[in-house]
Design a protein around this ligand. Structure first.
Ligand SMILES: Nc1ncnc2c1ncn2[C@@H]1O[C@H](COP(=O)(O)OP(=O)(O)OP(=O)(O)O)[C@@H](O)[C@H]1O
Length: 263
């Protein structure tokens, strides 16, 4: 009802967390976390081990439900909706550990991402005899392999790829779901310096080409500094601060939080 002022220079938020908490028995993993992410922004999520980053990702993608609080995505309340509904609405994720299918080719692995929107029963009704949806999926999968630079590896099994390329393959599969929001859980883990830098460039290119919004957990500071517009710092389940990567790196509270953990 015209609640957004047309001259408002702040972009409409794609993802909004409002007072989100999660406890596992006596462990307060995420505590009263609120933030919002505008469309097209790349946001880094950092924090010492056990800070609650993965729990927060699981809450956003819906594999676990919050103890309290609200999660809005594209203006809709998704707090209690299952992961499949969230991916259908444009939220895709990759995992800390690779989750590729070794018995399938790279191309077939990418097609799996279409599960986010392809429900055979429904589509066969919508497109009666109107060309093959399988053909469309294969074509899109090839385009996404090309997008991440793996066009020439389509028939290989994922195990034949370098670790860096396997990470790219996972991203291609997530992109196959036509996401508005991509959640990346440590995509540079296990990559060498060159692979990490190439990954950072890929993420920036994806954002440029598709207007994608990305939330990324990443321990590799070089990657984080390269790709992030803003960084959220989580410590002991609480949001300590949100600022630009440079400001975050220099913030004594952040340094203290990391050193405090190591000491
Ligand atoms: N299913 C669970 N049951 C009980 N406790 C859990 C569960 N999942 C997470 N926790 C606890 O919640 C806290 C936050 O864990 P989480 O894995 O979210 O942190 P993290 O920031 O992702 O850590 P890391 O950087 O090591 O991956 C930890 O104390 C962890 O032990």
């Amino acid at each position: 009802m015209g609640t957004i002022a047309m001259d408002d220079h702040t972009k409409h938020p794609l993802l909004v967390l409002d007072g989100v908490s999660k406890h596992f028995g006596g462990v307060q993993a995420v505590s009263d976390v609120s933030f919002s992410i505008p469309q097209g922004r790349i946001t880094g999520l950092i924090g010492p081990n056990g800070a609650g980053k993965t729990t927060l990702f699981n809450l956003i993608s819906g594999t676990i439900l919050p103890s309290s609080g609200t999660i809005l995505f594209a203006g809709r309340d998704l707090t209690r909706l299952p992961p499949q509904t969230r991916s259908r609405q444009g939220m895709m994720r990759t995992f800390q550990n690779l989750s590729l299918y070794p018995e399938l080719s790279c191309l077939e692995n990418v097609t799996i991402g279409a599960n986010a929107w392809y429900r055979p029963g429904l589509l066969s009704l919508v497109r009666p005899g109107g060309g093959s949806i399988e053909h469309t999926i294969m074509t899109q999968a090839r385009e996404h392999l090309d997008l991440v630079g793996l066009a020439d590896k389509s028939e290989l099994p994922p195990d034949a790829l370098s670790y860096g390329d396997q990470r790219r393959l996972e991203i291609a599969r997530a992109m196959m779901g036509n996401p508005q929001l991509l959640l990346l859980d440590e995509p540079a883990a296990g990559l060498n310096n060159q692979e990490s830098q190439e990954l950072a460039e890929l993420l920036l290119a994806l954002r440029k080409e598709t207007g994608l919004t990305i939330l990324i957990i990443e321990h590799d500071m070089d990657v984080l500094m390269t790709v992030s517009d803003m960084v959220l710092v989580l410590v002991e389940g609480q949001l300590l601060l949100e600022n630009t990567p440079r400001k975050v790196q220099q913030d004594p509270r952040v340094i203290e939080a990391y050193l405090g953990r190591e000491g």
